[in-house]
Design a protein around this ligand. Structure first.
Ligand SMILES: C[S@@+](CC[C@H](N)C(=O)[O-])C[C@H]1O[C@@H](n2cnc3c(N)ncnc32)[C@H](O)[C@@H]1O
Length: 155
């Protein structure tokens, strides 16, 4: 596994930032892919949404149970999106705005500035959209998720 680029966002502090892209719809970010991988961005621009897969590089510990931002009860880490998982890997579906050279401009980003990028994949409805899903413990509405801001629990 190697870092393929760096994610730049307005968020320089782990506290008081969006906890998911739903809470960052107006937030612009810039994904700068290392030159040696830039050719791999060909044909990406026609997709409206992409997955960013990245390393939660400021997560310095692991917890197998956590109290998620949207809950008050402890949950198994794999039933959550907590950064404190054994492999500190995050995934965000963001709006693709443009691709210029080795830079991908995106909107709707819930990621700390300077985060190492591991992969980019296109969101493809025929592959990725599910007709019916269950959300387990997560009972909050989209509006509540959008309003929620991070705190120090995972720092
Ligand atoms: C709950 S996680 C969800 C991230 C992603 N959408 C996911 O589901 O994997 C989002 C929070 O992770 C934290 N975070 C973001 N970037 C990080 C980084 N590079 N290192 C450590 N924590 C980070 C921030 O507190 C942010 O609010």
């Amino acid at each position: 596994m190697q870092t393929i680029g760096i994610i730049h966002t307005p968020f320089t502090n782990l506290e008081d930032m969006p906890i998911q892209p739903a809470g960052a719809s107006d937030i612009q970010g810039e994904v700068v892919v290392h030159e040696e991988f830039a050719e791999g961005l060909r044909d990406l621009e026609d997709f409206s949404h992409i997955y960013l897969i990245y390393q939660f590089h400021k997560a310095t510990r692991t917890e197998l149970t956590v109290v998620p931002f949207m809950d008050t009860v402890s949950r198994g880490v794999y039933a959550t999106r907590s950064p404190l998982r054994p492999n500190h890997i995050g995934i965000s579906i963001v709006n693709l705005v443009s691709v210029k050279g080795n830079t991908v401009n995106v909107r709707g980003i819930d990621i700390l500035d300077g985060t190492p990028l591991l992969d980019i994949k296109p969101f493809i409805a025929a592959f990725d959209q599910v007709a019916e899903s269950r959300d387990g413990w997560m009972t909050a509405t989209s509006a509540e998720v959008a309003r929620k801001r991070s705190d120090t629990r995972f720092v």
